[in-house]
Design a protein around this ligand. Sequence first.
Ligand code: SAH
Ligand code: SF4
Ligand code: F3S
Length: 477
Amino acid sequence: MKSKIINEPSLKKASLRQGGTSFEYVNNKYPKEIYDFFNGKTFYIRTYGCQANIRDEETMKGMLKEVGAVEGEDELSDIVIINTCAVRENAEDKCYGELGQLKNIYQTKKKIITVLCGCMVEEPEILDYVVKTFPFLSVVFGTHEIRDCVNLIYESARDGDSIIAVNSKPGEVIEGLPVHRNNRYKAYVNIMYGCDKFCTYCIVPFTRGKERSRRYQDIITECQELIDDGYQEITLLGQNVNAYGNDLKEGYDFADLLEGVAKLGIPRLRFTTSHPWNFNDRMIDIIASYDNIMNFIHLPVQSGSDEILKRMGRRYTKAEYLDLVKRMKERIPNLALSTDLIVGFPNESDEDFNETLDLVDQVGYDAAFTFIYSPRKGTPAAKMKDDISKETKGERFKELVNHLEVSISKSAEAMIGHTYKVLVDGPSKTNPELLSGYTESNKLVHFKGGIRLVGQIVNVRITESHTYSVIGELVDE
Ligand code: SAH
Ligand code: SF4
Ligand code: F3S
């Protein structure tokens, strides 16, 4: 295939933060030949990474279905899209594994249209490597080109070109794209895109561009439509939801938005991710005063050492984080907290690590995601000298998980004998005889029940605890 380059990424350009937020309301009307081309073709999307990528997948599905394509089951579909994540090396490795598999399929079934998109291709060196190593790729587009996915796939097939379109612009807000949701009861709603925090280890501000909020009314309209469609749970999405509205001159902040959506009457309202830096008391009070805002906050801390937090660019100290947690716990009854932690940041000393263990013990988290630091090319931390051995990092990781499990099992055990409201997801992934779902505090529950309960909120009394999940029995059916 001859290659056609529309845009190539640049980390420098991706880091620029100029100008305000611009909006575009699109009405996707395509010429007839596009409908003819896609009609009846099967597509398969494999998504890695965070909820932002999952929500992008839902938009791509919506767009492809709108032009007549149908969802296939696997990589043997006519169009295969890999939606990548670049946050850590192991996320990238998974995507390379998938690309290798695609290469085999391409060699035996040449007619396949292959697409690579998402965060990885926003990195110039990775894009270079990918294009050289996997020359069969039909289209490569970045996180800002989702809106063009149908046109790009069509043009590549029509002209026999291998198209590269990755424009590292700061980003705009596009409204009006169709969506095909993966779940009938639980929905993700973007409230903002991008990130301006530039934590020194993180690639996201480069791959996702400028922090930009959707308009209040557009979010409310989407949430109302979900309620009208019978949705039980909405999760408001953003890399830092607490910064919602700061870039707009509309006068609404995250507390206003939470209240606005809660008042619409969705049974369960969640949000992720919160940055401790922008979390104010009014937000805490709104969460406390609405029963349908769940008593669960994911509040990434990353480290308990002031020195490491400073070098990470997190803009809070251990004491400030603990004070925020205290204020949250005082005001929100039965609050459950989860977090993200990084071990092995460059030159993390034993003392630094002990500060993290101490913080974890003090907070008593109900859930946590722990990561070993992974250098990301182009970020400031990747240039920091690091004398700590791989073995030490591995040991710290294990020790941290052990500490976390103490509080996680304690909170799970404390649930035994009590009854909780559970939104039923479907048959349990580990035991199809059981149903599974989540409590308001986001604990995974398995219990016996009829399949007709899927999508309903039921009462379950907890009988057994397994640290990361609990077992229970239906109280009323
Ligand atoms: N915006 C969110 C989440 C961003 S990515 C936030 O700020 O919390 C999710 C998590 O990945 C981060 O919280 C962090 O713990 C982890 N992470 C990001 N970059 C990383 C890196 N280079 N190495 C290891 N973990 C990383
Ligand atoms: Fe990355 Fe920090 Fe932004 Fe989260 S807040 S996405 S960790 S830069
Ligand atoms: Fe990964 Fe991009 Fe999300 S790097 S974590 S998919 S924003």
